[in-house]
Write a new protein. Structure first.
Length: 84
């Protein structure tokens, strides 16, 4: 599960993960879709950890005035508020 989390952090496609793990891609996809499986938790945790890093960096850029980062952080805020 640790490897799935690490690979999800670098956005490795599920089909590539399946090759490395020597399992059929559809089997891994099914595990990742099953919210009760360890693969689901590892995969999504990895993605979210990378998202945190990216958004942290984007916030730093927004604070120093990057127009694109400012726009993206505004969108992130709206997405956050929609999810509340």
């Amino acid at each position: 599960m640790k490897k799935i989390e690490e690979w999800a952090q670098i956005y490795l496609p599920v089909s590539d993960m399946a090759v490395i793990l020597d399992v059929p891609p559809e089997t891994l996809r099914e595990d990742i879709r099953d919210k009760t499986s360890p693969a689901y938790k590892a995969y999504h945790r990895g993605k979210v950890l990378s998202k945190v890093q990216l958004r942290t960096q984007e916030m730093k850029l927004a604070r120093i005035g990057s127009p694109l980062a400012l726009d993206n952080t505004r969108k992130n805020l709206l997405d956050m508020e929609d999810d509340e």
